[in-house]
Every structure is written in C-alpha cells, then in structure tokens.
Design a protein around this ligand. Structure first.
Ligand code: FPP
Length: 237
C-alpha cells in the first residue's frame, strides 16, 4: 500500500453511546447528546489535520423518530443551535456541509436551517462534512429504486443501463466517494442501516469509548489502525 493510501479519503462515523454516557451520570439522555458536540469538533480537527477529504456523521437515523417525543425534540433543537453557532467557524475553516437522508419529515424550521448551512458553506474546499439526517440505508436504497424505475417507466432509461455506477448515482451519496473507514463508538459492532451499499469494502473500527468521550487521540488511533490493515477489495495482490 502506498503512503497516500494510508490516510482514508472518506471516514464515516456512527456516534453511539450518548444515552449510556448520560445514564451513567444520572443525567437525562439529551445531556448526553449535548455532550456529543465537542467530539464532533475534535473529529473535524483531526480529520482536517490528517487530510481526510470527507467526514460523514450519522446524526439522526430514520429509526430515531421512534424515540420519545421529548428526546426527538431535544435532538432537533440541538441540531438547529449547533448549525447556527458552528456554521461561521466551519466557513472560516473551509468546511462544506452537505446532507444525506430524507428531509421531507423535518419541520420547516429545521429544513430551513439545514439548507442555510449548506448554502453558507458551499465554497468550502478543505473538507466535506456529510450529515446523515433522517437517514437509513434501506430507505435510501428504496428511494433510489423509485427514482430509477420512474425513469424506466417514462422511457428515459433502459433497464439494461442500470449497472452499479447508475445505481450509485441514484443514491443520496452520488457526489461522494465510498467510505474507506467506518468508525462506531461504544463497542457495539453493527452497521445499523448506515451506508450499507457504500461501505461494501470499508474497513470497520469499533473503539470502546462512548461517543461523548471520543477525542482527537481516539480518531488518530482509528487512522493508525486503518493504516495497518491490508485492503484487497476481493483481489489477491
Ligand atoms: C446515538 O447515541 C446518538 C444519536 C442518536 C444522536 C447523535 C447526535 C449528536 C451527537 C448531535 C449531533 C449534532 C449535529 C449538528 C451533527 P444513543 O442515544 O443511541 O446512545 P445509547 O446507545 O447509549 O442509548
């Protein structure tokens, strides 16, 4: 593996363990989510330092709508506050925000904040921060199938023209490379409906720490672990 390949171009993160972190301290769960903001800043600093080009964060899954209303409301409020407060700093650092997921179920307020954050940071060319909001991989795949079949029905696309590249291009992630490294905190070893198509050849890393305790050093350790792995993509080399 060449030196350049030792740095993943795209890192995707499942930020797990906020609830447990709060419960261990006798705090309400939303305090755990609030404590999850600093590790995002730390990951961004580390990603920029390593020259990672894309950082995707699983911020709200389609299944998260099933949590108690007060937790969902607290998460939405946190996203809005975070987007308002952090956008100027992201702009300054050349970080571009992009969203993946189904935005149709958010309130007008949340949708407007998310769109504004994308617009204000559009010129950022140092790193792309991809926020997966109301995202699940199966939902994304179903939406992609609907897009493609609608084009087939309209006579716009021949079924034989649907290959892996055409399918990838119909996903929310069309403009991004596949993740090279997926990190899930809290010791759970699952993908939980996150980037299932895109992570086909990703290296997986499962640090034991809960997300609020994730630091720049933890990010560095995951990059080191990635660098030691031998990636073969099904080939013999
Ligand atoms: C999983 O922990 C975490 C979430 C469902 C939310 C993650 C969101 C943040 C850290 C805030 C992000 C904000 C922005 C703007 C990106 P969990 O609640 O499932 O933890 P548990 O497994 O211990 O219960």
């Amino acid at each position: 593996m060449s030196e350049a390949n030792r740095i993943p171009r795209h890192v995707a993160m499942i930020m797990d363990g906020n609830g447990r972190w709060a419960e261990q301290r006798g705090m309400p769960r939303h305090e755990g989510h609030a404590a999850g903001i600093e590790p995002i800043r730390a990951s961004l600093r580390a990603a920029v330092r390593h020259g990672v080009e894309y950082l995707t964060l699983y911020a709200f899954s389609t299944e998260n709508w099933g949590r108690p209303a007060e937790e969902v409301d607290a998460l939405m409020e946190l996203f809005c506050q975070c987007v308002i407060h952090e956008t100027p700093e992201l702009q300054r650092q050349g970080i571009r925000i992009r969203m993946i997921g189904d935005r149709t179920r958010f309130s007008d307020k949340v949708r407007a904040y998310l769109a504004q954050a994308e617009e204000l940071t559009a010129a950022g060319d140092r790193l792309t921060l991809v926020l997966a909001f109301d995202y699940s991989s199966r939902d994304e795949i179903v939406r992609a199938v609907r897009k493609l079949t609608a084009r087939v029905a309209a006579g716009d696309l021949a079924p034989e023209a649907i290959d892996e590249a055409a399918f990838s291009a119909a996903l929310d992630t069309a403009e991004f490379p596949d993740p090279d490294l997926v990190i899930r905190t809290s010791g759970e070893q699952r993908l939980s409906n996150f980037l299932l198509w895109q992570a086909s050849y990703a290296e997986l890393c499962f640090p034991q720490v809960l997300w609020p305790d994730f630091t720049e050093e933890e990010f560095d350790r995951a990059i080191d672990e990635y660098a030691r792995r031998e990636r073969r993509f099904g080939r013999i080399e």
